[in-house]
Design a protein around this ligand. Structure first.
Ligand code: DC
Length: 226
């Protein structure tokens, strides 16, 4: 098999990982893998079954009944299939964000999803975003970026996004949600969110998207031949 390149982009919720990763994937012709969507699909599945994401025994019992597939449409957009059903849009709620963060703390969930993520990277050049890509999923990733911004900036961006979509947005609540997820994602014992020792830190608090893209492209060019 030909050598594949992998770019790991980790960071907290709302740092702009998916926006940046999508743009880069398009430009480089890589597969974009949004790994958060996989955890969201697990949370959504359990939610439909009325299983508490905190109940590890129940999570362990039900997870075998779930088959997750990642597919891409003709525009390159990632779709999540839950036992064959497309749940791509259903998993994007605030409630599922919180539940995905809680369910992702269980070892049984992380183990099941690990091979699925690694398999994609074996077959394709990938840009994968998440929390533990550079530390656990792809420790030998060709390029590792840790993308972050202050919680206030991330909450403001999320609020602006919702307003732009014509949805209700409350800055204080969004900030609280972000801080809670930051805490959960960084304090779990298994594969917590943290910067890999060989990852390049990009703090986007005072940068716009173009500036972030330019900075990351420069980092990639130093590691991956054209
Ligand atoms: O990236 P996101 O906001 O869609 O992720 C939802 C949750 O999934 C996040 O709060 C923690 C979990 N997650 C994880 O534990 N590991 C990953 N690689 C990606 C997401």
């Amino acid at each position: 098999m030909a050598k594949t390149y992998s770019i790991a982009i980790d960071g907290p919720a709302g740092a702009g990982k998916s926006t940046i990763a999508k743009a880069l994937a398009k430009e480089l012709g890589y597969h974009y893998v949004d790994t958060g969507a996989i955890y969201r699909t697990v949370a959504y599945f359990l939610d439909l079954l009325n299983v508490s994401v905190k109940d590890v025994d129940a999570v362990e019992r039900y997870i075998d009944e779930l088959t997750i597939q990642i597919t891409y449409d003709e525009t390159g957009k990632q779709h999540m299939l839950m036992n064959g059903m497309d749940v791509t849009d259903d998993i994007r709620t605030q409630d599922i964000s919180q539940k995905a963060s809680l369910v992702s703390a269980h070892a049984v969930v992380r183990e099941v999803l690990l091979d699925m993520q690694r398999d994609v990277a074996k077959q394709h050049n990938v840009i994968m975003d998440g929390r533990d890509i550079g530390t656990v999923v792809l420790p030998k990733a060709t390029v590792k970026i840790f993308l972050t911004a202050s919680a206030e900036v991330r909450a403001q961006r999320r609020t602006d996004e919702l307003v732009a979509k014509g949805q209700k947005a409350d800055f204080a609540q969004t900030l609280k949600d972000i801080q809670q997820r930051d805490y959960q994602d960084t304090h779990r014992p298994i594969a917590p969110l943290k910067q890999a020792s060989d990852a390049v830190l990009v703090d986007t608090s005072d940068m716009n998207i173009e500036q972030v893209l330019a900075a990351i492209k420069k980092i990639i060019q130093e590691k991956i031949p054209k």
